[in-house]
Design a protein around this ligand. Structure first.
Ligand code: NAD
Length: 423
């Protein structure tokens, strides 16, 4: 294995977490493990400078990235993150998780991801548009409906995707809706896309809760992150009769032993931009979030949140990884020893990329499906993928994460082997 010169020494970085997850699956890959170095080397990483004229006439520069981790199974697929702490290494890890996720779900995509080091909340709408358009132009040479198809992630949304689609289309001279997914519905977006990731968390959670004998009725759930993923998952679990007893976002932590009114909190968050100040629950200390008794924990914010210390004191039976990379490898070991089941990110939050795949197919055929059709196909694909991974975990006697990596990495490395090395 040759180490990359551009990765940091931080052992808890998302990239190191990903590498360690790959190490764990190698013993189960058989003959194709000889190609495993492919997984440790992103195919292409582009760093771009984005000069932005601010509304007051000053100019600021932002750093942007697009990483294509692996394209053996198809065009790159993966979101774009706007967050002040984004780094190249984080985007590398997120792109690698997309490779694994698309393969685990058997979608015909490789893995990619993008990001800009920016706090979008500090920009006006016009500044955000100019930033997005310049970023799209800068990465325009490597994206495209057949090359690499961006989508929303933390800090981006359908409007950002509309600007990306328009910019790429203007630069190439023809409207090309399939260059990004997660677009507004009247611009070739898919029904069901906005809710798809949260829905996938719910669907996989329902299957796994049944497996471990945990009824959803009155089951207590804590959710970290109340954005696109967390709020939708919270709504669906609440509709199924679960009690969402704790919710945390960047601004506050709320607790209510009888369950928080999720529609009311969602409306509050929509109007105020965060959950802070909501009156229907008690505001508690940020760290208290990890100390309560729950049945299910849903991390749906950022990476590295379940540390060894938190894994040691968590009192729950099931963790549903809505976020990408929320559990450090050392914490994974502790959760396994403590018999806490983890549905890993590469399965649990794959609802978004699955409906993105539907959107891409619909854009190519210019024929659009009903929301019911989308949800039925989504639920089916997610349930089947999870059950295949469950079977694999039983056969190999490994965690669901290692089983998901076994299913996915075998597919990726077979594609790698069959395509061969050019020239
Ligand atoms: P979002 O921007 O809509 O919401 C992020 C949420 O996390 C917000 O509520 C924010 O306040 C909260 N948050 C940020 N920093 C926090 C902190 N330090 N402590 C507690 N909460 C914090 O983003 P999203 O689209 O919901 O994505 C959330 C996670 O899900 C990310 O890991 C993302 O990569 C992953 N994901 C998203 C999608 C998708 O379709 N949007 C698909 C797959 C995975």
């Amino acid at each position: 294995m040759s180490a990359l010169s551009y990765v940091s020494a931080d052992n808890n970085s998302p990239w190191k977490t990903y590498l360690s997850q790959v190490e764990r699956v190698l013993p189960y890959l058989g003959e194709v493990s000889r190609w495993a170095d492919t997984l440790r080397h992103p195919k292409r990483a582009l760093i771009v400078d984005i000069p932005l004229e601010m509304d007051d006439g000053s100019v600021r520069h932002f750093e942007g990235y697009r990483v294509q981790h692996n394209l053996s199974r198809g065009p790159g697929k993966g979101g774009v993150r706007y967050h002040p702490d984004v780094t190249l290494e984080e985007v590398m890890a997120l792109s690698a998780w997309m490779t694994v996720k698309c393969a685990a779900l058997n979608l015909p995509f490789g893995g990619a991801k993008g990001g800009i080091r920016v706090d979008p909340r500090e920009l006006s709408l016009k500044e955000l548009e100019r930033l997005t358009r310049r970023y799209t132009s800068e990465i325009g040479t490597i994206i495209g409906p057949q090359q690499d198809i961006p989508a929303p992630d933390v800090g981006t949304n359908p409007q950002v995707m509309a600007w990306m689609m328009d910019t790429w289309s203007m630069n190439t001279g023809a409207t090309s809706t399939g260059v990004v997914t997660g677009k507004p519905v009247h611009l070739g977006g898919s029904l069901g896309r906005v809710k798809a990731t949260g829905r996938g968390v719910f669907v996989t959670g329902r299957v796994m809760a049944l497996r471990i004998g945990l009824p959803l009725e009155n089951c207590r759930i804590a959710i970290q992150g109340f954005g696109n993923v967390g709020s939708v998952a919270a709504g669906l679990f609440a509709e199924a009769g679960s009690l969402i007893t704790a919710v945390q976002d960047h601004s506050a932590t709320l607790y209510h032993p009888d369950g928080i009114d999720i529609p009311a909190l969602t409306e509050w968050q929509r109007q105020n931009g965060s959950i802070s100040g909501f009156k229907g629950a008690t505001a508690v200390n940020h760290d208290a979030f990890w100390g309560y008794d729950y049945d299910i924990l849903i991390p749906a914010a950022l990476e590295g949140q379940i540390t060894a210390e938190r894994a040691g004191k968590l009192r729950c039976r099931l963790v549903l990884e809505g976020a990408n990379g929320p559990t450090l490898p050392v914490a994974d070991d502790i959760l396994r020893e403590r018999n806490i089941t983890v549905v890993p990110d590469v399965i649990c939050n794959a609802g978004g990329v699955t409906v993105s795949y539907f959107e891409w197919v619909q854009d190519f055929s210019s024929f659009f499906w009903s929301e019911d059709e989308i949800n039925i196909r989504l639920d089916h694909i997610m349930e089947q993928a999870l059950l295949a991974v469950w079977q694999k975990s039983q056969t190999l006697k490994v965690t669901l994460r290692t089983a998901a990596y076994a299913v996915a990495c075998e597919r990726i490395l077979i594609a790698r082997k069959e395509r061969g090395i050019y020239p």
